[in-house]
Design a protein around this ligand. Structure first.
Ligand code: TYM
Length: 330
């Protein structure tokens, strides 16, 4: 039997998980658990680049673990861990910072967006993508399942791995982004020109994975569309309606074009999209309630995950450190 290929991905514990996180990433993480050696990481070090209260960060880290389990991650079939529990992430990030350039980090669009108009920008926000590259490269990950907004960060991780190997000899696995055909860019229901996001407050525009069915239906019903009344899949000209078509399509395993052909009225499409999303998310909400009843179990499984992650990460870190000329400890 050939060894299973390695998959790694990460998610910030910076807020409630939304439909974009689920369709763009987590759903595919769940699917990858069986056929791959999968590592999934709650990236609390990355969350330090935001203004987040310490007590809230701790709570959110824990709740994110519960949400991921509710979404279908199974610690028997994947390694789920908290980034800061494996100290090699910060250490590897330093090695990689000594190979990355200011110019390439300045070109990162997420950095440009998050720093725009600010007088004072944290260094951590600037070097954020290098820490992300460290997350990936430490685990020799071949595939990284993410949403479309992470494409540029993945390109950087590849570039850093290639550069490292060129300069210091073959050491790191060059990863590839795995971006789903559909659901890779779920748009805000109220502002369909921008992506659904944890960091932008848009209560009506964001469907949370734990939203009550009535809230999901209400949000979809109130979703912004357009006024020409023609049901057509056209993300450029009709971003709101096309977003709903994509959501209905992913939830019912159809194509948006097929969905478009089945409706004459926006209202009917909205009703069906709302219902389909309620059904898609129902098992998550039910599992989440059951998990919350046993908080101790989560701490234990995160400890097991960290131990497993550490044994892989420390080996890669040593390989990289020694390739760069750091003296091996005695
Ligand atoms: P984060 O926490 O912002 O998002 C987690 C995952 O959700 C995807 N996503 C979306 N997909 C579709 N439509 C949307 N509206 C949407 N919003 C978010 C993201 O693409 C992501 O896959 N920098 C990363 C976390 C990270 C990471 C890593 C990812 C840190 N280290 C290593 C992969 C590998 C982030 O902030 O994701």
């Amino acid at each position: 039997m050939t060894a299973m290929s390695r998959v790694l991905s990460g998610l910030q514990p910076s807020g409630d998980l939304h439909l974009g996180n689920y369709l763009g990433a987590i759903r595919n993480w769940v699917a990858d658990q069986d056929a791959h050696d999968a590592f999934y990481c709650i990236v609390d070090l990355h969350a330090l680049t935001l203004d987040i209260d310490p007590a809230e960060l701790r709570t959110r880290t824990y709740e994110t673990a519960l949400d991921l389990l509710a979404a279908g991650l199974d610690p028997e079939r994947c390694t789920l861990f908290v980034q800061s529990h494996v100290t090699e992430h910060a250490e590897m990030a330093w090695l990689l910072e000594c190979t990355a350039t200011m110019g390439e980090l300045r070109r990162m669009t997420q950095f440009k967006d998050k720093s725009a108009g600010k007088d004072s920008v944290r260094v951590g926000l600037f070097t954020y993508p290098v820490l992300q590259a460290a997350d990936i490269l430490l685990y020799d990950a071949e595939r990284v399942p993410v949403g479309e907004d992470q494409r540029q960060h993945l390109e950087l991780a590849r570039e850093l791995a290639i550069r490292f190997n060129h300069r210091f000899g073959p050491t790191l696995v060059v990863p590839e982004a795995s971006i789903p055909k559909m659901g890779a860019r779920v748009m805000d229901l109220q502002h369909p020109e921008r992506k659904m996001s944890k960091s932008v407050a848009s209560p009506l525009g964001t469907i949370l994975i734990l939203d009550e069915p009535a809230d999901i239906l209400r949000k979809v019903r109130k979703a912004v569309t357009d006024t020409d009344g023609e049901v057509r899949y056209d993300p450029e000209a009709k971003p709101g309606l096309s977003n709903l078509m994509e959501l209905l399509a992913v939830a019912t395993e159809r194509t948006p074009e097929d969905v478009a052909g089945s409706y004459a009225r926006y209202g009917d499409l909205k009703d069906d999209a709302g219902e389909a999303l309620v059904e898609l998310l129902r098992p998550l909400r039910e599992r989440r309630e059951a998990l919350a009843a046993d908080p101790g179990a989560v701490a234990t499984l995160l400890a097991v995950g960290a131990k497993k992650a550490r044994s892989t990460a420390s080996a890669t870190y040593r390989r990289a450190a020694e390739a760069m000329g750091l003296l091996a400890p005695g």
